[in-house]
Ligand binder design. Structure first.
Ligand code: NAD
Length: 421
């Protein structure tokens, strides 16, 4: 069988795993990323995405089934292109400029019978109303007749040891029956199961529904944590007890706020679209945003009260922050609640020091020393603030030596010297 050329546009947390699995399935894969630094790292066998090991990358490079490029010159003759570029919020509005740029660059390489799949998270209607017209204009071809287009949301959960791209069911869609079949055939080569829906709009909404569900439920337990603390009730114990119910309940836990590329962003794509097209407010999303956005402020308030009990102000206190990434065992700093939290502490005059064992690309965007977790650091701190529950951290040592700990993740649990969120 001749090698089928696959282009994966964007070699980040989503694109690189797609590229690796496609390469492993026998496709001839070109990973395109406009960040030349990343391309150089990839071509030298260095992975910056936790879920992809250097060995896996090297195997794909050495077998000539994968190469990274910083422009689109190697895009010609592709059979399938997958677009996995960022979709951030810019000034609180969906920013689709990355999708537009990628589509524009890709469009001259669109030929008869090829398939273009969008994986970036976005509001319903993007594939048909934004992507298709750009591809048609740049190629002079007609989508659904000359070439095929679909949308398949990414469900990757970086750092999850059990669920990955290959074993998580993949929702797929196409702008017509042939497009759906092409999209399904492509993913069936390397994912265990595909879940077809009738059009890209349903697939786009599926992703937003999943993330809005998580966002709203996290907001629920965050608000409950605030009230439970004031009522003198251990919310964590109640959550554990509720989780023993085998049906009708799903466990979510409080924390210092939500972060990452998805939760603080995706629900706002949905509320923006509802407001734009229907003129209505998506109240669940607005409320969840409000609650989750205020969690860093609440953590500062709790820390301030705890220090006050020890006759210490935040001003001048030495605070050792454990973790800066938004989630456990990840180096992803995007939208991490640690950043507003750290800024608020610095604004109040805290002497802040940060432990982040998973520092990935880019350093922490703050003027604060990044330190190793040592006994001396813990002893000297007026307070240890656990923000991210990385599994490599020696919590036993912190519990033993710290004067005071505010544990926002319940990783140590309540102790005489430990307050839990
Ligand atoms: N990270 C996750 O856990 C996750 C999970 C599900 C869905 N998503 C969604 O997937 C999309 C990508 O997210 P990500 O986390 O992989 O982002 P990322 O920032 O890690 O990777 C995107 C890459 O695209 C590159 N890029 C930007 N414009 C480009 C262009 N025109 N051509 C080629 N490359 C370009 C960037 O340099 C970057 O390396 C987003 O829509 C995100 O919401 C992310």
């Amino acid at each position: 069988m001749p090698e089928t050329k696959v282009i994966v546009v964007g070699q980040g947390y989503v694109g690189l795993p797609v590229a690796m699995l496609a390469a492993g399935a026998g496709f001839d894969v070109v990973g395109i990323d406009t960040d030349k630094r990343k391309v150089d790292w990839l071509n030298s066998g260095r992975s910056y995405v936790e879920d992809i090991s250097d060995e896996q990358l090297l195997e794909a490079l050495n077998s000539n089934s994968y190469r990274a490029r910083s422009d689109y010159s190697d895009a010609c003759g592709f059979s399938v292109a997958v677009i996995t570029v960022p979709t951030p919020l810019t000034e609180s509005r969906p920013d689709l400029s990355y999708i537009e740029d990628a589509a524009r660059e890709l469009s001259p390489h669109v030929t008869k019978s090829c398939t273009v799949i969008l994986e970036s998270t976005t509001y319903p209607g993007t594939t048909e109303q934004l992507l298709v017209p750009i591809l048609e204009q740049g190629s002079g071809l007609k989508a659904g007749i000359d070439f095929f287009v679909g949308y398949s949301p990414e469900r990757i959960d970086p750092g999850n040891a059990h669920w990955n791209l290959a074993n998580t069911p993949k929702v797929v869609s196409g702008i017509c029956t042939d497009s759906l079949r092409k999209v399904q055939d492509f993913y069936n080569r390397f994912v265990r199961c595909t879940v077809p829906v009738s059009s890209p709009k349903e697939a786009e909404l599926t992703k937003l529904l999943e993330n809005t569900f998580r966002h709203v439920n996290i907001a629920l337990v965050n608000e409950l944590a605030v009230y439970a603390n004031e009522l003198g009730i251990n919310i964590w114990e109640s959550i554990e007890a509720a989780s023993s119910k085998p049906f009708g309940y799903m466990k979510f836990v409080p924390g210092p706020g939500v972060g990452g590329h998805c939760l603080p962003v995706d629900p706002s794509y949905l509320s923006w679209e509802v407001r734009r097209t229907l003129g209505r407010s998506f109240r669940f999303v607005e409320l969840a945003n409000d609650i989750n956005d205020h969690m860093p402020e609440y953590v500062v308030q709790r820390l301030s009260l705890a220090l006050n009990k020890r006759a210490l102000p935040i001003m001048g206190s030495r605070i050792l922050m454990i973790g800066f990434a938004y989630k456990r065992d990840s180096g992803d700093l995007r939208e991490s609640p640690a950043e507003p939290l750290a800024r608020m502490l610095q604004l109040r005059g805290a002497n802040l020091r940060i432990v982040e064992p998973h520092l990935a690309i880019g350093s922490i965007p703050l003027d604060a020393p990044i330190v190793e977790l040592t006994e001396s650091e813990v002893r000297q701190a007026d307070a240890v603030l656990i923000v991210t529950d990385h599994s490599s951290v020696d919590y036993g040592m912190i519990k033993r030596l710290a004067k005071f700990v505010l544990d926002t993740r319940n990783v140590i649990g309540a102790q005489p010297n430990v307050d839990v969120l």
